[in-house]
Design a protein around this ligand. Structure first.
Ligand SMILES: [Zn+2]
Length: 424
């Protein structure tokens, strides 16, 4: 017999915890008083959407799930090449290079063990969407292609028509509420909004455009919540979670780490396969071929001397920031952040790592990927499912979401990096 317990999750990509205000997010402010607001909630490293998506789906840090950012170097037989995790074909490349996708089960797979469904509607990059369930245990609706169990492609014109931004998010929300939350009623329904991330990357944080995107995301969360509580007014059966994957800092300048490593004699040439920089917005992960592995300590020492570099981790230190120590990824650098305030009153600046695949200027707009206090300030609110109205100040993280989902569904959840959120 199927259980009556369900979980509904809405992710507002990039919404910084300190930008939740009565003026821009009246609903999230109200929800914070109805449920539990996790006030010391943190992102993973790199604080990119794709690594975050895998951490939310698995309850594990990148070190364990195996997806190390928005870009990742793979050796598919021609040496290390930096690949875009956002591309629709990345999971096939990852399978070819490593024999698998994620190294630990997702919520969708765990629910399938119990013959329960997980349905995801996502309006962010294909990579971030598909890493909710890369091997097809549940269903993912996305504009680049929708897939059901067994990775069987679904013809879904409504998803195919979605565009990132306010209008696309609203269309996805209408569909999510009517067809998924109310119609199909799976054990887990998760919706991932493109806003305010999409606008935050293309306008200054706190600008009228960015605030409009934040208000639109707030309305989408309200609409889903009202659908949930119409179906379950007591809140006993349906646990409602809403949060973001990371925040943002304002981009100060772009640093060409690849060029600097070539100039320093550490890397042979801009497109050589010996030392490969994978840009992650306000951080970078750096990969070394077997033959070049000995250059990792010099690379870390070089980075530590640069004034734009913040935390630098190499070798065994990578474990301290949730990255593996036994792969070609041997050095990570988070850019140095500062507390300057932008013209719209939003604090926090950081340089970004130049990305040769993306030459659009990002100066003055939002970005994330590192360890800065604002990009590491996502929000999380839990309502229903036994969560009392209160403000929790104990530290929580993206990896605590999956075990919380499984606890509510009365499934085992003790083999993850995260732990279920405290009910009181
Ligand atoms: Zn994101």
């Amino acid at each position: 017999m199927k259980g009556d317990k369900r979980v509904v999750i809405v992710i507002c990509d990039s919404l910084r915890g300190d930008l939740i205000t009565p003026a821009d997010t009246p609903f999230l402010v109200e929800l914070s008083t109805r449920g539990t607001r996790f006030a010391a909630h943190k992102s993973v490293f790199p604080s990119t959407t794709r690594a975050s998506s895998a951490s939310i789906a698995t309850g594990c840090l990148p070190a364990r799930h195996g997806l190390y950012g928005n870009t990742q170097a793979l050796d598919e037989g021609e040496g290390l090449i930096c690949r875009n995790v956002g591309a629709p074909d990345f999971r096939d490349r990852m399978r070819r290079a490593t024999g698998r996708t994620l190294r630990v089960p997702t919520l969708a797979e765990r629910l399938r063990w119990h013959n329960e469904d997980a349905i995801v509607c996502s309006n962010v990059s294909p990579g971030a969407a598909y890493f909710q369930d890369p091997d097809g245990y549940g269903t993912i609706y996305h504009s680049a292609g929708s897939y059901g169990p067994g990775l069987k492609q679904i013809d879904d014109p409504a998803s195919a028509a979605l565009k990132k931004g306010i209008a696309g998010d609203q269309a996805m929300t209408d569909r999510f509420c009517a067809d998924i939350v109310e119609g199909r009623a799976p054990a887990l329904a998760l919706m991932w909004l493109s806003e305010p991330d999409y606008t935050g990357h293309h306008s200054p944080l706190g600008s009228p455009q960015h605030r409009e995107a934040i208000r639109a995301a707030d309305r989408c969360v309200r609409q889903v919540f009202e659908t949930v509580r119409r179906l379950d007014p007591s809140g006993d059966d349906i646990l409602f979670l809403t949060g973001s994957d990371h925040g943002m800092e304002t981009v100060a300048e772009a640093i060409d780490i690849t060029g600097l490593l070539v100039a320093a004699g550490i890397k042979e040439a801009p497109d050589s396969h010996d030392v490969v920089v994978a840009p992650q917005g306000t951080s970078a992960t750096i990969y070394f071929s077997e033959a070049a592995r000995g250059r990792a300590p010099d690379t870390a020492a070089f980075l530590k001397r640069e004034n734009w570099a913040g935390r630098v981790a190499a070798g065994a230190e990578l474990a301290q920031i949730g990255l593996p120590t036994d792969t070609a990824l041997q050095v990570a650098v988070a850019m140095a952040t500062d507390d300057r305030v932008n013209p719209h009153g939003v604090a926090g600046f950081a340089p970004i790592v130049a990305n040769s695949d993306d030459n659009e200027s990002k100066i003055g707009f939002g970005q994330h990927g590192g360890l800065g206090k604002n990009e590491q300030n996502p929000f999380l609110i839990a309502e229903g499912g036994g969560f009392a109205p209160r403000r929790e100040t104990q530290a929580t993280s993206l990896i605590d979401i999956a075990p919380t989902v499984l606890r509510h569904l009365r499934m085992d959840h003790d083999d993850m990096d995260g732990v279920a959120l405290l009910l009181e």
